[in-house]
Design a protein around this ligand. Structure first.
Ligand code: F6P
Length: 477
């Protein structure tokens, strides 16, 4: 491994999970996920490195190699996690970028630490980036990194991808540090977004709150700006490792497990499924409200239907997530208490994460997947469910407020705020005939086969490579 890399990925987390080896020692194993799978070929062809937090608290680790990727750990202390991760990233930016579903908090101490940690990530990149290297920065935790890199190393080719939505200018306006965030992102040659609307929102904010002028998809700084690169903003919707999901969905053990799940639930006529991080953006309460009312109205009946709700633990030290857990668990208790019988449950709530193989079994067991997010950058669960249904069965109920809704247009689209409307659509999904299910699944699968995660990273990186690091004339001092 060379001491510098021509291709560097930087994200809040490294793509590894900590594990205890059989001999009791601690180690890392590759975390499952489309991003790392997509980047693997580029990584190995260019001696690539990945810079990110390794998940430990107050722990300095040396760089190490895992499955052909050079990993560069960035340390975070307990304070850093509280102020930069739980604070500014997940209690300021996350709610602001998700349409203020819960009110964002604005604290100067959080902002100070966000700047400091972004500098720490940028410094780690600067130590390993070869001359003229390509650096791909990921997500809302690191929006200042493109500018920090550009100021220190104008030779770098810098891409940024935002995995979550970018809000409308009227909401983004609330952020006391809106100008710094925009300038941070504009240090990149290319900023990628999930949807066209996100790219447009970003360019509008850039125009409104900074000295940049925009034409089409390109933003140009004024001659007074200390950066003189042109920044391009484009939609690059992320996707899944289609080949892997469809292969797993044909695995006889996974198919047998799906049958076992159905059997253990008492062979209900309809299994519905929800799979989300336990996050207020996911619309879990809206979904449970609609489901509870369908049972109360006797449109659905215990013994004939079961909703499996997987809610994986997330950001458990953040107050709004603690409150949400209480609210969801109260609703689960109300529904099961009212509608379960001694022999049948109407709702199986699972506050766990599951390995991918178990997830595919759940997708196969489910007749209907409910994705009712109030706002979601993409929603890869929706795409995985479709890819798992090579059998042509199953119906996807999908919120209009997800990035995936732009592409999975043969889903049953819902507005999760409209409980009555959602109830009608859920019943439409439950009663959809098999020929219609197969027709829709086939068309959505065609789309996913063509637009998988490898295509996503290829398209982003080739657009970035084609940008001839255009810059406006240098400022005279
Ligand atoms: O959707 C944005 C995202 O950061 C994903 O990349 C990640 O899987 C998820 O949110 C959970 O993030 P974390 O557990 O790191 O806060």
């Amino acid at each position: 491994m060379a001491s510098t890399s021509d291709f560097v990925v930087v994200a809040n987390r490294l793509p590894v999970d900590r594990v205890t080896n059989p001999d009791g020692t601690q180690g890392f194993q590759r975390a499952p996920g489309g991003l790392v799978t997509a980047l693997e070929p580029v990584m190995s062809a260019s001696e690539g490195a990945w810079v990110g937090w390794h998940g430990g608290i107050d722990e300095e680790l040396d760089s190490f190699d895992k499955d052909g990727i050079h990993l560069v750990p960035v340390p975070l202390s307990e304070d850093d996690l509280e102020l930069y991760y739980e604070g500014f990233s997940n209690s300021t930016l996350w709610p602001l970028y998700h349409d203020v579903i819960v009110p964002p908090s604005y604290h100067r101490t959080w902002w100070d630490r966000y700047q400091k940690i972004n500098q720490r990530f940028a410094d780690a990149v600067l130590r390993i980036a070869a001359p003229n290297a390509t650096v791909w920065v990921h997500d809302y935790q690191l929006q200042l990194v493109p500018r920090l890199l550009r100021l220190a190393r104008p030779d770098l080719k810098i891409g940024f991808f935002l995995h979550i939505p970018f809000p409308a200018a009227s909401l983004f306006a609330q952020l006391p540090w809106r100008k710094q965030i925009l300038q941070g992102l504009a240090g990149a040659d290319l900023v990628g977004f999930q949807r066209e609307t996100d790219a447009t929102n970003f360019l509008r904010s850039l125009r409104r709150f900074t000295d940049y002028q925009t034409k089409g998809r390109e933003a140009t700084p004024s001659l007074d700006n200390d950066l003189q690169n042109i920044c391009r903003a484009d939609a690059h919707p992320i996707s899944i490792d289609y080949e892997q999901i469809q292969r797993l969905s044909r695995d006889p053990q996974i198919i047998a497990r799906a049958a076992q799940i159905r059997h253990e639930l008492g062979n209900p006529k309809t299994i519905m499924l929800g799979v989300d991080r336990l996050d207020y953006t996911k619309g879990i309460r809206h979904r449970l409200k609609a489901y509870g009312e369908l049972l109360a109205d006797e449109q659905l009946h215990a013994g004939e239907v079961c909703l499996i709700q997987v809610a994986s633990p997330s950001r458990e030290n953040v107050g709004s997530y603690m409150e949400l857990r209480d609210q969801v668990e109260l609703m689960v208790g109300q529904i099961t208490g009212q509608h379960d019988t001694l022999s049948h449950t109407t709702l199986r709530y699972l506050h766990h994460s599951y390995p991918l193989r178990e997830m595919i079994s759940l997708y196969l067991a489910a007749d209907v997947l409910l994705v009712t997010a109030l706002r979601d950058g993409m929603n890869l669960v929706a795409k995985e469910y479709v890819a798992a249904h090579q059998d042509g069965r199953g119906v996807l109920v999908l919120s209009e407020f997800t990035g995936a809704a732009d592409q999975l247009t043969q889903s049953v689209l819902v507005n999760p705020h409209d409980i009555d409307g959602m109830k009608v659509k859920i019943m439409e999904a439950v009663n959809m005939d098999e020929a219609e299910q197969a027709k829709r699944m086939k068309r959505m699968n065609h789309h996913l086969e063509e637009f998988d995660v490898a295509g996503w990273s290829d398209r982003f990186l080739s657009e970035l490579a084609d940008i001839n690091s255009k810059s406006v004339p240098a400022k005279e001092n």
